[in-house]
Design a protein around this ligand. Sequence first.
Ligand code: TEU
Length: 553
Amino acid sequence: MKKAWWKEGVVYQIYPRSYKDTTGNGVGDLYGIIEKLDYIKSLGVDIIWLCPLYKSPNDDNGYDIADYRVISEEFGGDEAFDILLKETHKRGLKLVMDVVANHSSDEHYWFEESKKSKDNPYRDYYYWKPPSKEGQEPNNWQSFFSGPAWKYDETTQEYYLHLFTKKQPDLNWENPKVRQEMYDVLDFWCQKGIDGFRMDVISLISKRLDFKDSHAPDNYEETIKDYYANGPRIHEFLKEMNAEVLSKYDIMTVGEGPGIDLETGLDYVHEDANELNMIFHFGHMFIDNGPGGKYDPIDMSLAKFKKVFGLWDSKLKGKGWGSIFLGNHDFSRMVNRFGNAEDFHDESAKLLSLLLFTMRGTVYVYQGDEIGMTNVAYPDISYYNDVETLNAYKEAKAKGEDMNAFFKLVHKQSRDNARSPMQWNSSENAGFSQGKPWLEVNTNYLEINVAHQDTAKDSILNFYRKMIQVRKDHPILVYGDYFCFDEDNSTSFFYKRWDEEGTYLVLLNFTDASLEIEVDEDLSEYELLVSNYDKTKNSGQLEAWEARLLKRF
Ligand code: TEU
């Protein structure tokens, strides 16, 4: 396995709007991040990934970019960014930018031109189609965020494609000018000295140009896989991007991708492919989605979850590199999804941390998870901001669904669960802002906050710090082989990490009751390195949500 800084580094993901506000306008900003760089450094992480910072009308909180070279004034503008980059590097940390190449904002100059006339030089920067014979949308594709993926525009009487909101028109990557524009943008940021890119929905940039109707428009996963993602020219485009820009800099790249699965994943990250370093797949993150997607949930199965990790590890082994994450700005809080946030909050948050830092792949920690932040449950829909949530709510209402039941799903699934402001301390608004936060602070900030956990020796925060250090001190946890014992059971997750120099065992109890340890290993040969309970000795039993890391003498 070839070594690299981005394989060993731990990434900390920041959602800038929700991190720290220094102006009192209720919105987090870059000076807030600068203020918190010493805290970030204290975690032991190496790399910071910032969700989009660019000029944007914020229909999708920055994932709708109006100018790829300009930092939003709301966040402090270009000047604040330059200071942030300098201060980040000064502390030996690296900085990764989020870039949205699949679509722009409809307020981007390119789109404003494009919609003016059919012969505008920017017309082909986007996908325009005449109405169908019946005078309807060109096909039955649905947007990720509810409703048709096409919007009619009066001026030229054609529809444009938007796989996300109607303010996020899809860019036409078939057009070489579009590709060059994007490479120039990437180059611009590399020249500034940034250390990498997280590429939003990169799996969607190559379209199937026949634009065929989906045979199952309501089946979320199937439609993405068969119609939207992994289009015919995706690897050609990524190789070109790599040759034109990425390969010229010592940067890391991670592509995000709905529709990237076990069959298609390796093609993006194969070490000989010269495309991307890593991808985010959602194998484990969509495990509780039914055919209708996140608002059609099914029970989460630990056995399935374990299999996803095993299958991906063996797929990538020796050929490519994976990303290990359990949450980000698009999902509910990981302790609610995979732990037991009610009865074993601290134990299960620590268990999940032990899982993250003992898996093969680069680990990504989402802001707030290091203190075990939980889902919010705002009292009514007016408190919510996320466009996906609001559109889904409107759609359910229009269909006449039981809105009490639907609102319970909003509590469980809304992306705002991950976007409520960072809980810094027990002062007003959790120390996030002196003004009214753009999104309400979670009411549990008095119990769950950084200041409190910083000083409490046995806090979740200090457990994260310890685990990050343990990973650094034991590189076998980064590069070593992976084997899972008894993948079929849905109560425990027991696995082994090793190479010729040493062997580690990870024992995780995913239940509320104690559990016998059953592994084909002689436990007396192992010493206990870390436990999320106050333990110094190995025993044959794990308590509820107990997690242990052992090392063979
Ligand atoms: O997310 C893409 C994506 O897969 C999401 O639409 C996902 O299916 C959904 O959020 C699950 O609830 C990326 C960004 O991470 C997201 O924040 C953006 O809204 C989206 O792209 C559009 O740019």
